[in-house]
Design a protein around this ligand. Structure first.
Ligand code: FES
Length: 389
């Protein structure tokens, strides 16, 4: 059966979630769970799953083992596909040592290199073979897939040779774009591009450590937001990561950002807004200099967090999710902060305050405000780190 590539890209995610839920003891998985987890419209999930020919149970969903087997069957991971690794450097060794591939039906059967110093050596159970042996091994063992971990300069030549020997499936770790005839299927893994994504995040942290002066890192915020968009394919699956990136850059998600995201992903503004408001992690108003998060987890609730949050609302004259008029504080409530032993807990920016009551909380807030105002008056940029702890 032929599935659209879009579905094939999504099925591994469904499979991983199903395996994870199974480990946690779940017996069923439903389109609504998948929809909530991956932020994909439930009707689209149902459409994806309709090809699996599974019978779900009302209010329960699909029996999880049947679901896993059906997805594995479609993805071909129930049959064994034989692969060779070409390039016995560190990356090639790491790939060939990765034992979990067998869980997905991938069996590495041989390793090759063209370096005379490496040929004849061994990696785990593999003897490193010369490229001259490719034809014999591919034919004898029925190899379908080549994993390329060769340097960029030799990738095109090696790929061409493999293609001529009948290989049509390439998993390419070399940082080059391979040009092969149309019937070759190539999956590129670009480690440098992945690193650049992390490098971008490191820069964002530099921005945070600079007390929020975005301009000090990569210049214009709008430009950086557009750059962030361009890291992602125009798929609604990328809505959450894009929202996260925008929030990291601007500090919150503005109405204009929602419109831009909606244009970029070609989905309705209301959908973007709906997702952004569904999750507590997203802020839709400019946060204050101090962001107060009041824990409303069970331990904190039992020890009076409701009084604390109500007193903060009165004292600061804001509702939850809002920022004070002077932009000094914003207030939010969050689930367990993981510090139940010192409940009730609040977090202000990244600092925890525990064993609180109403008067202690208001004293902390007042001191922060006083420090903030006096630093401002002295012409300094008030520090983000907490005073008075
Ligand atoms: S419930 Fe508040 S920190 Fe755990």
């Amino acid at each position: 059966m032929d599935f659209s590539l879009r579905i094939v890209e999504r099925l591994p995610k469904y499979l991983q979630l199903a395996c994870h839920l199974k480990e946690l003891g779940h017996k069923y998985i439903s389109s609504s769970i998948l929809s909530k987890h991956f932020f994909i419209d439930q009707n689209n999930i149902k459409k994806d799953l309709s090809f699996l020919n599974l019978n779900g149970k009302p209010n329960k969903g699909y029996e999880i083992n049947e679901f896993i087997s059906a997805v594995k069957m479609v993805l071909g991971t129930t049959t064994v596909n034989k692969a060779i690794v070409v390039g016995s450097g560190n990356l090639g060794r790491a790939v060939s040592n990765y034992s979990n591939f067998t869980d997905y039906g991938l069996k590495i059967v041989a390793m090759f290199d063209d370096s005379p110093e490496k040929i004849g050596g061994s990696v785990e159970n593999f003897k490193i073979l010369p490229l001259d042996n490719l034809s014999e091994v591919i034919t004898k063992l029925g190899v379908k897939l080549a994993i390329l971990t060769v340097p960029a300069k030799s990738a095109a030549k090696v790929a061409g040779k493999l293609y001529d020997l009948g290989i049509r499936y390439f998993w390419n770790f070399a940082p080059v774009h391979l040009k092969l005839p149309d019937d070759a299927i190539i999956k590129n893994e670009n480690l440098a591009a992945s690193y650049m994504f992390l490098s971008y995040q490191i820069n964002l942290n530099t921005y945070r450590n600079n007390g929020g002066k975005i301009e000090m890192v990569n210049g214009d915020i709008e430009k950086r937001i557009y750059e962030a968009f361009n890291k992602y394919a125009k798929s609604r699956d990328n809505l959450i990561p894009i929202l996260q990136d925008v929030q990291d850059i601007r500090g919150y998600i503005s109405k204009e950002d929602i419109r831009k995201i909606s244009d970029y992903l070609n989905i309705a503004d209301s959908k973007v807004y709906g997702v952004a408001t569904f999750y507590n992690q997203f802020k839709l108003t400019q946060p204050g200099h101090y962001q107060i998060s009041v824990c409303r987890g069970t331990a904190c609730h039992v020890k009076g967090s409701l009084n604390i949050i109500n007193s903060l609302k009165d004292h600061l004259k804001v509702e939850i999710g809002q920022t004070t008029r002077d932009k000094i504080f914003s207030l939010q409530q969050v689930a367990c902060l993981g510090a139940c032993s010192i409940a009730p807990v609040i977090m202000i920016n990244d600092k925890f305050y525990g064993h609180l009551d109403v008067s202690k909380t208001l004293a902390i807030v007042d001191k922060l405000k006083a420090d903030y105002l006096s630093e401002k008056e002295a012409g300094k940029t008030p520090a983000v780190s907490m005073a008075g702890q």
